[in-house]
Write a protein that binds this ligand. Sequence first.
Ligand code: AMP
Ligand code: MG
Length: 416
Amino acid sequence: MTTTSADTGSSRSFLPVDEARAAILDKLQPIAGWERVAVRGALGRVLAEDIIAPYNVPAHDNSAMDGYAVRAQDLGANGETVLSVVGTAFAGRPFSGIVGPGQAARIMTGASIPQGADTIVVQEIARREHDQVFIPVGQKKGQNLRRAGEDLTEGGVALAAGSRCGPAELGLIASLGIAEVAVRRRLRVAILSTGDEIASIGRPLGPGEVYDSNRYTLFGALSRLGCELVDMGVIPDRPEALEAAFRDAAQAADVIITSGGVSVGEADFIREMMSRLGEVAFWKLAIKPGRPMAFGRIGNAVLFGLPGNPVAVMVTFYQFVQDALLKLMGVNPLPAAECFPVRAGFALRKQSGRVEYLRGRLQRGADGLSVTLAGAQGSGVLRSMSEADCFVVLPEDCTAVQPGDTVCVQPFHGLV
Ligand code: AMP
Ligand code: MG
C-alpha cells in the first residue's frame, strides 16, 4: 500500500480504537456496594460473591433414559442375555430392592440407579416378555447414567463472583436450592443531551430543531445492562445550565453519559466546561462513525462525552462504553469481543486510517451466511441501526470490499 505523507500525518493524530478501549478499561475499577436479592431479582445482576454448591447436582446417580437398570457383568459377550425384571424405579420413587445376579429393574429417566445395577439399557433396544427382558450384545458398562455431581460438585464454585446472571445462571442457582444471592448494587448512570437545536418530545418542533433521540437509545441500551438511570433531559447550550447539570449528575451518578457538543467545530464551551469541572481527555478516534469522544472524570463520576449523531452515539456506546460499564458493574471476566467472518454481499470503497462500523444484515443462503448493508450509512441515519442486525467491522487498513470478500461482523443479538 502506498501512503502519502499527508495520510500518515492525519492518521497519526487519530487514536486507534483498541488503544482507546484499553485506555478506558485501564482507568476503571468496579464500584463498591452490594445487596441480597431473591433469585429472580438476580436477572441481569452481577454476583458479588462466589456461589458454592451446598450439595452435588444431581444428588444421586440416575438414569438418563427410560429403560432397564442392569449389571454389566451379567451381560453375555456373544448373544442376547435374558434377565428377570424384579421391580421398577421411578423418578422421585426409587426401587428399594437390590438388582442381583441375573436380574434387571425397569427404570425411568431421572430415577435413582437401584443398588447393584451399574448400567442402563434403553427400552427401544430391549425386548420385554412378561417378567423377562432380552438384552442384545454391545452394551457398555456405565452407559446412560448421569453421575452424582456431574453438573455441580458439592463444595465447588458453582458460579464465580463477577458472573452476570442470565436465565441459565438463575436456573443453576435454583438447582442448588438457593433462594437469595448477593449481587453488586446497580450502576447509576446519568444521561443528558446537549444542543440548542435539540427538542424534547411532547412539543412541536421549532425551526431548525430536531427531536432528542439519543436519550432514548441510551435509555434502551442502559436499561438492558441493568443500570439505574438518572435522566437529566436536554440541556441547552448555556454555560450556567450545563454547569448545574454536570454538578448534579456527578453527585447523583457513578457515570455521566452526554451526547453532542464534543466535536471540534462545536460551540466550544461544552468541552471547556468538562475540562474546567473535571479531568477529561478529548479524543479524535480512528473510527467511523463517531470520531470525537471525551473520556474522564467529573468529581467521582466517570464521564463519557459521546458524539451527537445518533448512529455515532450507538457505535461509540457499544464499542467503548458498554464494556467499561460492565467493568464498573463488577463483571469479570469481560465478554470476549465478538467478531466472526462472513462473506460480503456488497461492494464498498473506504479510506484507510479508520475502523469503519457499517450497519449490516445477515442472510442465510445455500452457500452459508453473507452480509449486506442495511440502507443508507450516514452517521445520522438511525434507521440503518433499526434495520440492521449486525455491525460490519472494516479494519483501519481496509480500502475496499468486493462481493465475496470475507468481512468481520458483530451480531446485535445473542442467546443470553
Ligand atoms: P454535535 O456533535 O453536537 O455537533 O451533533 C452532531 C449532530 O448530531 C447534529 O446534527 C445534532 O443535531 C445531532 N444531535 C446531537 N444531539 C442529538 C440528540 N440528542 N438527538 C438527535 N440528534 C442529535
Ligand atoms: Mg451540538
